[in-house]
Design a protein around this ligand. Structure first.
Ligand code: TMP
Ligand code: ASP
Length: 247
């Protein structure tokens, strides 16, 4: 059942948010649209919405089971989930276990360097400004979160990283890095929002040492490597196999 009765509240690059009968709950529809480089590169990838919705649902459930507050409530259908209505904080919180991507473009750190402790950075979420990285002082100046909320966001991000890193390791996947977004729910509590999928995480296949073939995330789209949907399918398949073995 893919029919949504509520009205469209917001449309982003990869998702649409609809109202539901409950004012504190929304429906999030995952689209097939893919963008990169702040939407300068665009495409539509058949099946991506379904895979990202189901992967995110499974990962949010895993986090909730480990005591992490998230906006996720339940899946509604293959491409739609119910979530708490939140006021999204316009920050992208990126945590990296291995250096790649913008860290290697912007610093002399070599691709593949293991980052221990993991590196956590805040970016300001604004495509027009190119999602700029924030210094501690600029983050304070923007006043989007206070000092204790910043600490809370950092602690949650680090815990999510520990949980997901260990989980993906058991699926023979290396969690290279990922981006989280946070929001305030109706009680004013900070929760993990948005999605957790190959669109906003980097995964390398432990079973493959080829530097391109092992990539199982949106870098396949960003770098025109092909096989984008096969990579997302592979992530979903490993998550599903894990769940069916566990039950
Ligand atoms: P980066 O190396 O390009 O800064 O990306 C770090 C991580 O954040 C990577 O897992 C991809 C994810 N990401 C997003 O989810 N949205 C974005 O807009 C960007 C730039 C990165
Ligand atoms: N999410 C960003 C965009 O839509 C960039 C990225 O994921 O690389 O353009």
């Amino acid at each position: 059942m893919n029919h949504i009765q509520g009205s469209l509240i917001y449309e982003g690059k990869a998702k649409r948010i609809f109202s539901s009968e409950d004012p504190n709950r929304v429906l999030i529809e995952f689209k097939n649209d893919a963008t990169a480089f702040n939407a300068k590169k665009r495409s539509e990838i058949d099946g991506k919405g379904r895979l990202n919705c189901r992967i995110s649902g499974a990962l949010f459930k895993l986090l909730e089971a480990n005591g992490i507050p998230t906006h996720f409530l339940e899946l509604h259908s293959e491409t739609i989930m119910f979530a708490d209505k939140v006021n999204v904080i316009p920050l992208e919180v990126v945590i990296r276990n291995i250096a790649t991507g913008s860290l290697c473009r912007e610093t002399p750190i070599n691709h593949g360097t293991i980052l221990n402790p993991p590196l956590l950075d805040f970016y300001y979420k604004d495509d027009q400004l190119g999602d700029p990285i924030l210094t501690e002082r600029r983050l304070k100046l923007l006043d989007l979160i206070n000092a204790s909320q910043k600490e809370e966001v950092e602690e949650i991000t680090e815990s999510v990283n520990k949980i997901l890193k260990e989980y993906f390791d058991s699926l023979d996947l290396i969690l290279v890095d990922f981006k989280l977004e946070f929001g305030f729910n109706s009680l004013g509590k900070i929760v993990v929002a948005d999605e957790i999928s190959p669109d906003n995480c980097r995964f390398w296949d432990k079973k493959n040492s080829d530097p391109q073939d092992r990539i199982l995330d949106k870098d396949r789209f960003r770098q025109d490597l092909g096989g984008v949907i096969d990579a997302y399918e592979e992530i979903f398949k490993r998550i599903e196999n894990f769940s069916s073995n566990a039950s």
